[in-house]
Design a protein around this ligand. Sequence first.
Ligand SMILES: NC(=O)c1ccc[n+]([C@@H]2O[C@H](COP(=O)([O-])OP(=O)(O)OC[C@H]3O[C@@H](n4cnc5c(N)ncnc54)[C@H](OP(=O)(O)O)[C@@H]3O)[C@@H](O)[C@H]2O)c1
Length: 254
Amino acid sequence: MTQPEYRSMGGRTALVTGGSGGIGAATALRLAEAGADVAVTYHGHRQEAEAAASQIRELGRRGVALPADLSEPSAPAELVGRVREEFGALDVLVANAGTGHQLAWDDDELDLDTWDLTMAVNLRAPWLLTRAALPAMISRNFGRVLYVSSVAALNGGIVGPHYAASKAGLHGLMHHLAARVAAHGVTVNTIAPALITGTRFFPGEPAGSRTMPVPIPVGRTGRPEEVADLAVAMLTNAYLTDKVITLDGGLYPS
Ligand SMILES: NC(=O)c1ccc[n+]([C@@H]2O[C@H](COP(=O)([O-])OP(=O)(O)OC[C@H]3O[C@@H](n4cnc5c(N)ncnc54)[C@H](OP(=O)(O)O)[C@@H]3O)[C@@H](O)[C@H]2O)c1
């Protein structure tokens, strides 16, 4: 029996923001395994992004690490331009980079700078990236956009109001865009994970730990590779659009 093989990303080009982080690096690698050339971005952690790009090249794909501070309004369009320079086109956008300053459970004190930064990176940047990427996707009749939100968008979460609101905003953005581009071969979806260890965002216990801050029905925290597997499944399915899919070990019942 032949091994199952991802074919639908062969020859495609992808941009994964936050490729220096746990979920971004895992998703970039899975996309490369599925046949795509992949650009990953970093802000503070260049070495991690370079390592991901090097692993992509070891798979025989083109892999590059690009710097970007996605809190800057000009960065998203510049990034899309850089990817087109590198690869000639951009077929797949995974807007994964995110920030979330953790507040104390019993202290919702939040300064405006933190609110604004969180909105800029988590919500404005995905919108600006999509705005820069979509016209060419539409004219080429193929495109994939995937946002990485959070279960916090659905239940409020444990980080703070800034984080929950920024992630919920991605759902509205997706709903607005998906219907408008669906007939042009472009899908727009969102993956909403929770408690993924092996990331700087949630170092937690070692991945797969059975001691956790909230009881997870599956009995352990999630792994970046599990998010990456679902992300690639969503990106390779042309009939899936305008959907939020949670990946949370059964935490949020939907
Ligand atoms: N881990 C979880 O349990 C969990 C749950 C739900 C949702 N998420 C979401 O998953 C996504 C990936 O996070 P992760 O868990 O993989 O955590 P991570 O390892 O901390 O990765 C976060 C990524 O975002 C990038 N980033 C942060 N601020 C940035 C900025 N201003 N400009 C450009 N890039 C920036 C980081 O770049 P540098 O490190 O290079 O600065 C890093 O690559 C985030 O959107 C997060 O909200 C995570």
